[in-house]
Design a binder for this molecule. Structure first.
Ligand SMILES: [Zn+2]
Ligand SMILES: [Zn+2]
Length: 292
């Protein structure tokens, strides 16, 4: 498992040489429905392996958004507790409520929202397949190897959160309200921190994964993942992210899949063509005005 795709509270990259520096610590999200299943079955609550993978924003068993905050009080600090009766439970240590309570807006999610969740879950499934060293489904990600899927996820999520020009992260140009039911879309700030998925909170993680999914799977996806009125994801990616940064990844032999590189080249050609036509139309109307 590559450490950049594991969720860390304190990442191995932050560890200094000092013996007093902090130890790397995994960041654990949870699925309230898995915990509710544990409770209903009378078995001890337990952490699933997928809950520490930074390339996962949903429980694939329940098709349900993972959480990293108590739904009652918003605290992120939790602990295992054995109640007087019953099995071990995960509880919030601020309000002592159990974490199997689902977030009400998620329970009320519309079919359109669930459709977006399914699109991202399908993409995450391909990432998980790649993490196991298996070739992704070539129908969804044609001519793409397992290594290329993982590199594209790491590289593109890094490009979507960093910006030389402003505090505004390019991921904000890919609004997808379905990733945060019941919340207003936040403004994400740019950062140069390495491996953003590994340290991101769940709203940013899911937003990065949804945007990367829309960029990478654009041609094969029949889902309008992004909010209405938003341009095709690959066009937004090319207009919002510095071209030189994208080119440096494209120039590395075999780093990104040939299908993604080809779509980038085609989109750039189409954008240049549209710009030329717009310039030409501008010239024609200027001539028309001059001779009117
Ligand atoms: Zn679950
Ligand atoms: Zn709480």
């Amino acid at each position: 498992m590559t450490p950049e795709l594991v969720a860390w509270s304190c990442s191995p990259a932050d560890i200094g040489n000092s013996p007093w520096s902090r130890l790397p610590k995994l960041k654990i999200c949870w699925c309230s429905r898995c915990l509710a299943d544990d409770f209903a079955a009378g078995r001890p609550a337990h952490i699933r392996q997928d809950w520490v993978i930074a390339a996962i924003g949903f429980c694939h068993h329940h098709r349900w958004p993972l959480e990293d905050r108590c739904n009652a009080c918003g605290s992120s600090v939790w602990a295992f507790r054995t109640p007087a009766r019953g099995a071990l439970r995960m509880v919030c240590t601020a309000c002592w409520r159990p974490l199997e309570r689902s977030f009400p807006p998620a329970l009320e999610a519309s079919n359109a929202i669930r459709h977006c969740w399914e699109a991202v879950i399908a993409f995450e499934h391909q990432i998980m397949t790649a993490l196991r060293g298996k070739t992704p489904d070539q129908f969804c990600l044609n001519f793409t190897s397992a290594e290329q899927v993982l590199r594209e996820v790491r590289d593109i999520s890094g490009l979507l959160i960093s910006s030389d020009r402003s505090d505004w992260a390019p991921v904000n140009a890919f609004p997808c309200a379905a990733m945060m039911p019941g919340h207003r879309l936040p403004e994400f700030h740019s950062t140069d921190a390495p491996h953003p998925l590994a340290s991101a909170r769940i709203p940013l993680r899911r937003s990065l994964l949804a945007a990367t999914c829309a960029i990478v799977m654009d041609a094969g996806s029949d889902v309008a993942l992004l909010d209405p009125g938003v341009a095709p994801a690959i066009e937004t990616f090319l207009s919002r992210v510095e071209g030189a940064a994208i080119d440096s990844f494209i120039a590395a032999p075999g780093r990104w899949s040939p299908s993604l590189i080809q779509r980038i080249a085609e989109t750039r050609r189409a954008t240049r063509r549209s710009a030329s036509i717009a310039r030409l139309k501008g010239c024609i109307s200027a001539i028309d005005r001059a001779f009117a």
